[in-house]
Design a protein around this ligand. Structure first.
Ligand SMILES: [Zn+2]
Length: 346
């Protein structure tokens, strides 16, 4: 189930987290796609590691050799509970557990994996926390991303977070702390994931196989992903290229669907939101953030772009629904073309 290892630049962050996080409930926050889950699992592994340690010695990362570390790596540690949304389980290649009931709606049709963390999963956490420790060291619960807990799930977790049984440690993770319910946030020690050096991320992206990326292209894809290393990798895996990215605005102006139009709907909406953001910035005399400045030109009217951004936000709320994708893309393209048009003709 696990198989996730620390990102190459995270070793110092892990040492710092082991040193700083001493309460029973912690929340790791930082830009989405920065490796929060990898770090949370590494913390769990360290806390559960059974390698001998001198009394009072500082916590060290998992030894990778003891039975406990092996069990964490294989995803079968009886004292570790990892809660992620079903949709993320699927994209990580983790199999659904035997208790993930409800794979079909009773009519034989597969249900779409949920992007939320539901109350059933949190009830399992409560039961897990109350049971005895299997291997004698501790019990660890990882909830990622914690802001995907729906309100009922979050409220169900509160009591256990507030008064956890002595041997249980919680690691929650999220993008922005503001995305968590204040009641959850206030019960956890917050720790911000350090931002990695751009050069380290660039090197990592360049080592990910597939296309060979120049330094400039690596920087471009990182900007396209809003600075998120894992987001940039995901873009590359979806077929992102500098040409595709530079072609987005010309594609739209010609009413043409570029290769990006075949991405999953939420990704297309995200791309359009980034374009809308950058054009609005240029319009207002600011700088583009996601697209290279020379791939855009200041055009359109701010009012029209603002109206477009409101429309896109509405679509974004429902973008996960498997509604008639191609039709939706066509409508989005039409809307985009109208929004970026200059002059008064449209
Ligand atoms: Zn170990």
């Amino acid at each position: 189930m696990s198989g996730l290892s620390l990102l190459p630049w995270q070793a110092p962050a892990l040492s710092e987290a082991l040193d700083r996080l001493r309460t029973s409930a912690a929340v790791i926050h930082g830009d989405a796609g920065g490796g929060q889950l990898e770090l949370a699992l590494a913390l769990a592994k360290a806390w559960l590691c059974e390698a001998p340690r001198a009394p009072g010695a500082p916590m060290a990362p998992g030894c990778d050799a003891c039975p406990s570390c092996h069990l964490v790596d294989q995803g079968y540690h009886p004292d570790l509970k990892v809660i992620v949304p079903e949709a993320l389980q699927a994209s990580l290649g983790w199999e659904h557990g035997p208790d993930d009931a409800g794979d079909d709606k009773g009519d034989g049709k597969k249900r779409k994996p949920s992007a939320e963390i539901k109350v059933d999963a949190i009830r399992q956490v409560v039961t897990f926390s109350q049971s005895t420790v299997s291997r004698g060291r501790a019990k660890v619960v990882v909830v990622h991303p914690a802001d995907r807990m729906n309100t009922i799930a979050a409220n169900t977790l509160l009591k256990t977070l507030e008064e956890p049984p002595g041997h249980v440690r919680f690691v929650l993770s999220c993008g922005s702390l503001d995305d968590l319910l204040p009641t959850v946030r206030s019960r956890c020690q917050a720790w911000r994931l350090p931002t990695p050096e751009a050069a380290q991320v660039r090197e990592w992206l360049q080592g990910q196989g597939g296309t060979r990326l120049s330094d400039a292209d690596a920087e471009m894809v990182l900007a396209a992903a809003g600075g998120s290393p894992q987001g940039a990798l995901e873009l590359l895996q979806m077929g992102w290229s500098p040409e595709l990215w530079r072609g987005v605005l010309p594609d739209i102006e010609r009413g043409r669907a570029g290769n990006w139009a075949s991405w999953p709907l939420p990704k297309v909406v995200d791309l359009l939101q980034k374009l809308c953001h950058d054009l609005a910035c240029l319009c207002a005399g600011g700088a583009a953030r996601f697209f290279p400045a020379d791939a855009l030109h200041a055009q359109g009217q701010l009012e029209r772009l603002t109206a477009w951004s409101i429309e896109l936000r509405k679509v974004q709320r429902h973008a996960d629904h498997p509604w008639n994708g191609p039709l939706k893309i066509e409508a989005l393209l039409f809307q985009a073309r109208r929004a970026v048009a200059s002059g008064k003709r449209v």
